[in-house]
Write a protein that binds this ligand. Structure first.
Ligand code: M6R
Length: 613
C-alpha cells in the first residue's frame, strides 16, 4: 500500500524516481509525486491519478537534481487529490516527506500542533507527522535526524518515511516500522524502495531495513541507526531477481503474463523439493519444526484474501491426509478476537507479499504467546518471512498484477507438499495413495500448460457471452469450494461484477432465490466423490432457468447435457484437481475485465500489498 522510492547519487534523480514509481504503481495509484533537492530549495511536483499524470505534469519543469524522493499513493486519510498527494511540505517549506503507512495517534498530535499555530494543506496523517518532526527540530534546535528519532518514539502506527531537508542537500533520512523499506547500494549512489524492483536495473546489493531503524543515506555512505542512536552494521544481501521478471514480456497485462507463467512457477515451487526418482519430499522448513508439528494438537492457518482461500483448501487437504485438526482464520479477525493460543500451536501464515499488516500483527501476537510460526511467503526477505521460525518460499517470482494468480497456485503446490510430507511423518497416508498423489502433483505444470494451450479461446467466447451480467454465483463442493470462493473474488476484483462464492449444497438455504434467467452460475464441478451431488445442484439451477457454466474434467459426459459452456481441465485425483480448476476461472475473470474495458492490472480502490489494517 503506497509505493516509495528515493535516489541519491551522481545521475539525475527524476528519471530514476519516475521509473521506480512505475514499477511500484501496483502498490497504489490514487496519486503520485516527487520531491527534488534543487540546491536552494526542495521542489515538490505531485498530481492526482496514475504516475503517467505526474509524468505529463512535470514536463518542462526544473528536474536538475541528484537527490529526490517519490511516492505513489493508496489513499487512507483524505480522498485522492492533488492536495492529499505526497510529498508534503512542512509548515516552513524547508522539509518534504513521503509516507507509507498509518499514523494512528495523528488526531492528538494534530490538535497539539494546531494549538501551536500550525496549519495543514492536506487531510493526511502524514502531514501531521511531518510537522510534528519539524516542531521538535525547531524547539530543540536539533538536527533533522534527531528530530525524527524523538518524534518516532511518540508515534503509534506504521510507517516508512523518507525526508528531504533544504539544509541537507546531500542526504535522505529514512525510517521504518511495519511497512517495508529496501535500500540498494550502487556505485556512488543509493536507491530506496518499498521493494527491490525500482533498483533492479542498477544494483543487486540490497539492505532490508528493520523496524525501528533509521537510515541516513548519502550518495556514497549509508549509516544505519536504531532509535536509541546506536550505529548498526547494515546486512548486505544479494538479490536473486532478474529485470525480465518485472516486465510484461510481450503480454498485454501483467495478470495475463502471470497466468501464463504458472506451468513454470508451479514447477519452481516444487523444484528441489519433490524428487520423483526417489519419490520423496524435502521441505527443510518442516524438518526445522518437525517436533512441534508432530506434537501439535492443531494447526492454525492465518491469511487474507486469496491467500486465505489457499489456506482453506489446505485445511481440507491437511485434515484429510494428516488427520490433524486445522483451523483457518482471517488474520484481521484472529488478531482482535483474543484467540486461545499456546506453545502447542503451530501457525501457518500464508502471504504473497509477506507484508500484509493484519497477517503480520496476528503472527506477532501469536508468537508472543508461544506459538510456532511457519511462513509460506513469496517475497524473499519480507517481514513475515523474517518473523517466522521456519517456512518455505513459494518461488513464484514477482507478482505485479494486483489480482493474485501465480502466487495462489504456487502456494497450493507448496501446501500440497507440506501436507504430503507431514502425512508421511505422521504415518497417516498409505504408500499407494502417497505415490498416486505425488505423481499427479508432478504432472500439474504439464496439465496447466494444456489448459492454457487448448481452453483459452473457448474461455474468451464464454467471457464475451457473460461480460454484461450484473451478478455471478460460483458454487463448489469439498475441495472445489475454496476454488469457487477464489473464482468469485477474481471476478469481483477485475470486472467489478458482483460475485459470490458459496458451497454448492448451501445454495438451497438462501442464494437460490437469486437465480433467474439473467444469473450466470459457475459450478466448479470436476470429477470427485460428490460428483452426482453437484450434478443434482446444477439440475436445480437449470430448472430455474439459471445460466450454467462449469469447470469440468476432460472426458466428462454428464455436464454436456446441462450446458455447453464448459471449461475443461485434465482429470486428476480430486485432492489435486483444485490447482487446475482455478486456472480457467482466472482466465474467465481476466477476459471479462478486458472486454469491459477495465485496467485489470490496477483495479480501482485496490493495492497489491495491504500494509494498513
Ligand atoms: O500478500 P498477501 O497474500 O498477504 O495478500 C493478501 C490479500 O490482500 C490478497 O490475496 C488480495 O486478496 C488479492 N488482491 C487477491 O487477488
Amino acid at each position: 500500500m503506497c509505493g516509495i522510492v528515493g535516489y541519491i547519487g551522481t545521475d539525475l534523480a527524476y528519471p530514476v524516481l519516475l521509473d521506480g514509481l512505475k514499477k511500484l504503481e501496483y502498490r497504489g495509484y490514487d496519486s503520485a509525486g516527487v520531491a527534488l533537492h534543487l540546491g536552494d530549495k526542495v521542489a515538490v511536483y505531485k498530481k492526482e491519478g496514475k504516475v503517467s499524470n505526474l509524468e505529463n505534469f512535470v514536463q518542462g519543469k526544473n528536474v536538475q537534481s541528484l537527490v529526490g524522493i517519490g511516492h505513489t499513493r493508496w489513499a487512507t486519510h483524505g480522498e485522492p487529490s492533488d492536495r492529499n498527494a505526497h510529498p508534503h511540505y512542512s509548515n516552513s517549506g524547508n522539509i518534504a516527506m513521503i509516507h507509507n503507512g498509518i499514523i494512528e495517534n495523528y488526531a492528538q498530535l494534530k490538535e497539539e500542533l494546531v494549538q501551536k499555530g500550525y496549519t495543514f494543506q492536506s487531510d493526511t496523517d502524514s502531514e501531521v507527522l511531518l510537522n510534528f518532526i519539524e516542531d521538535i527540530k525547531i524547539n530543540n534546535a536539533c538536527t533533522l535526524e534527531e528530530a525524527v528519532r524523538v518524534a518516532l518514539k511518540r508515534i503509534v502506527g506504521a510507517y516508512v518515511i523518507l525526508l528531504l531537508d533544504k539544509d541537507l542537500p546531500d542526504t535522505i533520512i529514512a525510517a521504518r516500522k511495519g511497512s517495508p523499506l529496501v535500500i540498494g547500494i550502487g556505485k556512488g549512489a543509493h536507491y530506496l524502495g518499498s521493494d527491490a524492483s525500482p533498483m533492479l536495473a542498477y544494483t543487486k546489493e540490497v539492505v532490508y531495513i528493520n523496524d525501528y531503524e533509521l537510515a541516513i543515506v548519502k550518495a556514497d555512505e549509508l549509516i544505519l541507526k536504531n532509535l536509541g542512536n546506536e550505529t548498526l552494521t547494515p546486512f548486505v544481501q544479494q538479490l536473486d531477481l532478474e529485470l525480465a521478471a518485472i516486465e510484461k514480456n510481450g503480454f498485454d497485462h501483467f495478470m495475463l503474463k502471470e497466468i501464463y507463467e504458472q506451468p513454470k512457477t508451479i514447477f519452481d515451487a516444487m523444484r528441489g523439493r519433490l524428487d520423483m526418482q526417489q519419490q520423496t519430499i524435502t521441505l527443510s522448513g518442516i524438518d526445522k519444526i518437525a517436533d512441534k508439528l508432530l506434537a501439535a494438537n492443531r494447526i492454525i492457518i492465518v491469511a487474507c484474501g486469496t491467500s486465505w482461500h489457499a489456506g482453506l483448501l489446505a485445511e481440507y487437504v491437511i485434515e484429510e491426509l494428516c488427520r490433524v485438526n486445522v483451523e483457518v482464520e482471517y488474520a484481521s479477525e484472529f488478531r482482535y478476537r483474543n484467540p486461545i493460543i499456546t506453545d502447542k500451536d503451530v501457525i501457518i501464515a500464508i502471504s504473497q507479499s509477506g507484508e500484509t499488516a493484519d497477517t503480520l500483527v496476528a503472527l506477532e501476537n501469536a508468537k508472543q504467546q508461544g506459538a510456532t510460526i511457519f511462513g509460506l511467503v513469496n517475497v524473499v526477505g519480507s517481514s513475515i518471512a523474517r518473523l517466522s521460525h521456519a517456512g518455505a518460499y513459494t518461488h513464484a517470482g514477482p507478482e505485479i498484477g494486483v489480482a493474485s494468480t501465480k502466487a495462489f497456485t504456487a502456494q497450493l503446490a507448496v501446501l500440497y507438499l507440506f501436507a504430503l510430507k507431514l502425512a508421511t511423518l505422521k504415518n497417516t497416508i498409505s504408500q499407494e495413495r502417497y505415490h498416486r498423489l505425488i505423481n499427479d502433483l508432478a504432472e500439474v505444470p504439464t496439465h496447466v500448460q494444456w489448459i492454457l494451450d487448448t481452453q483459452d479461446e473457448a474461455i474468451k467466447a464464454i467471457a464475451e457471452k457473460y461480460k454484461d451480467a450484473r451478478d455471478f454465483l460460483y458454487l463448489g463442493r469439498g475441495y472445489n469450494f475454496p476454488i469457487a470462493l477464489e473464482g468469485a473474488l477474481k471476478l469481483k476484483e477485475i470486472s467489478y461484477i458482483h460475485a459470490e462464492g458459496y458451497p454448492a449444497a448451501e445454495m438451497k438455504h438462501g442464494p437460490i432465490a437469486l437465480v433467474d434467467e439473467e444469473l450466470p452460475v459457475v459450478f466448479v464441478a470436476t470429477k470427485d466423490s460428490y460428483h452426482d451431488k453437484i450434478v443434482s445442484n446444477m439440475q436445480e439451477i437449470k430448472a430455474r432457468k439459471g445460466r450454467l457454466v462449469a469447470v469440468a474434467s476432460t472426458g466428462e459426459k454428464t455436464l454436456a447435457d446441462l450446458t455447453s459452456d464448459l471449461l475443461y481441465v485434465p482429470l486428476v485425483d480430486e485432492v489435486i484437481a483444485p490447482i487446475l480448476s482455478v486456472v480457467p476461472l482466472q482466465l474467465l475473470s481476466y477476459h471479462i475485465g478486458v472486454l469491459r474495458g477495465l485496467d485489470v492490472d490496477k483495479p480501482r480502490n485496490l493495492a497489491k500489498s495491504v500494509t494498513v489494517e
